[in-house]
Write a protein that binds this ligand. Structure first.
Ligand code: FMN
Length: 499
């Protein structure tokens, strides 16, 4: 679908290079804030991206591409929409196109990585393996150029000879790509080896599309002014920085770089605001600390396991509390103000709703789980069975409850296992049209009836089972934990099977 936004141009630009693990949303936004004109995301592999679902995240105001295991593979937002280039790893034109179509309307351009020399890339025919297969390069790039409305670029390494390099880029130009980024090292060379400015210059002279010079971080580019010097030395139209920007993204700042301490604080703010994976956040901060990563401060950072703990290490707990409270409030108001009534959906064999458990909506000592348990007992069903999983990126929880052989789950992830179970219980109760114990619902009869049921149950109980009897005759609905313990005993006494 054609976009109304102007097509991204690659001439005269300073660019954040694609970097695995580094080029996630906080780093990209920070680089843009400091003056980068264009930002590339980390390389994302086509096979993984093809499995992702596009999800609009109203709370964060982002678009997320979520893998089947719930990992956020790519998160982007309006602020970068016209300047973010999606880089993919691919060796297959059709798959590349499928992924490009999936993300096309959320990014400014699509790039193909043809420079990565790492085995995980090359063994699948991706990255620098493509450099020795120009037919494949042509097939991938022309399929993308013809198949999507956004500009397509690629990033290569130089070949053994100047002549081969120039011949390859001329073939690439004929596919219709909008620009070509040239990392001035051969695939056998390591990042510490000097960059071949003469090769980049020869490429720049041989094609008419913008050439983006890359590879100057170690020896050429230390300051903002060096970026332009590197561009002139290579005769390129634009410059792309990886390591120099990873160590301090404020290198893009015309007025001069800021201290790494300031930059790290700004990075953390974006990481909290956009709910960035804590391990990814830590990784990027460690890159900025560089040789200080082994210092006592670096060790403290290393020990942090959550974004809250990272904020603690950096003396930013107030920022964390304030921002997460704002996000939470937005989440709640979106739920309350949603035009869409929360209706259950069937996903695979699970009934889902986007529901969050809000403790304040329930009177003290009353929870949806209690109500669900009460109802199940009354209906002589098995005790509700909760299965909870925790995802790695933010340690959030999601529960599924099984009631009468049907599964219920909230699509929203909770901070604690307890809340996740309560949310699953609410989904079940609302789907079945049952009261859930919210403030104002106390007179639904379910909970009061429970007391009577317990007494009946106790009367039928085996008189030898003193312990069980003691639990049964205890006043019900104390605390959640007690409730569960008690119910298990009651179920046993009444002959109901538990899972
Ligand atoms: C941490 C890190 C991750 C990288 N990941 C990618 C990547 O995902 N895609 C890619 O094309 N190049 C990747 N590169 C290579 C850089 O984009 C760049 O070509 C190289 O570092 C040379 O540029 P520099 O001298 O500015 O660092 C990565 C480099 C680093 C340091």
């Amino acid at each position: 679908m054609a976009s109304s936004v102007e097509r991204l141009c690659f001439g005269q630009k300073y660019i954040l290079a694609p970097m695995v693990r580094v080029g996630t949303l906080p780093m990209r936004l920070l680089a843009l804030d400091y003056g980068a004109h264009i930002v590339y995301c980390e390389e994302l592999i086509d096979i993984k991206m093809a499995q992702c679902k596009r999800v609009v995240n109203d709370v964060l105001e982002t678009v997320d591409f979520i893998a089947p295991d719930e990992r956020v593979m790519f998160r982007t937002c309006r602020k970068e929409k016209d300047r973010v280039v999606f880089q993919m790893g691919t060796a297959d034109p059709d798959r590349a196109l499928a992924v490009a179509k999936l993300i096309e309307n959320d990014v400014a351009a699509v790039d193909v990585n043809m420079g990565c020399p790492k085995e995980y890339s090359t063994k699948g025919g991706m990255g620098s393996a493509l450099l020795s297969d120009p037919e494949k390069i042509e097939a991938i790039l022309s399929t993308l150029v013809n198949g999507i409305s956004k500009p397509v670029t690629c990033k290569i390494r130089i070949l053994q000879t100047l002549e081969d390099t120039v011949n390859l880029v001329k073939r690439i130009e004929r596919t219709g790509v909008a620009a070509i980024a040239v990392h001035g090292r051969m695939k056998e060379e390591r990042p510490r080896h000097p960059v071949h400015c003469d090769y980049i210059q020869a490429v720049a002279e041989s094609v008419s599309i913008p050439v983006i010079a890359n590879g100057g971080s170690l020896d050429s580019v230390k300051t903002f002014d060096d970026i332009e010097k590197f561009r002139v030395a290579t005769g390129a139209s634009s410059v792309m920085l990886a390591r120099a920007a990873m160590w301090n993204p404020s290198i893009f700042r015309q007025q001069g770089a800021l201290s790494v301490e300031t930059v790290m604080d700004e990075y953390i703010k974006y990481a909290v605001r956009y709910d960035n994976n804590p391990f990814n956040t830590k990784y990027c901060l460690c890159q900025m600390l560089r040789d200080r990563v082994e210092s006592p401060f670096g060790k403290q950072l290393h020990a942090a396991q959550t974004v809250a703990e990272i904020c603690e290490v950096f003396g930013m707990p107030e920022y964390y509390s304030k921002t997460t409270a704002e996000l939470e409030a937005r989440r709640s108001s979106l739920q309350v103000n949603s035009d869409q009534p929360l209706s259950p959906k069937l996903e695979d064999d699970i009934i889902t709703m986007a529901i969050r458990f809000e403790r304040r909506d329930y009177p003290p000592q009353i929870t949806p789980k209690m109500y669900l348990l009460e109802w199940s007992r009354r209906e002589k069903l098995n005790q509700p069975l909760y299965e909870t999983k925790q995802r790695t990126q933010d340690r959030a929880f999601q529960s599924t409850v099984i009631v009468a052989d049907k599964k219920y789950r909230s699509t929203l992830w909770e901070k604690s296992k307890k809340s996740a179970e309560q949310a699953a219980a609410i989904v079940c109760l609302r789907t079945l049209g049952l009261p859930e114990g919210r403030v104002g619902e106390e007179n639904s009869g379910l909970v009061n009836k429970r007391k009577r049921d317990d007494k009946q149950c106790a009367a039928l109980d085996d008189k030898e089972s003193v312990v069980r009897k003691r639990h049964i005759t205890e006043p019900p609905l104390q605390k959640e934990g007690e409730m569960i313990r008690m119910t298990k005993v009651v179920n046993g006494a009444c002959g109901q099977t538990t899972h």
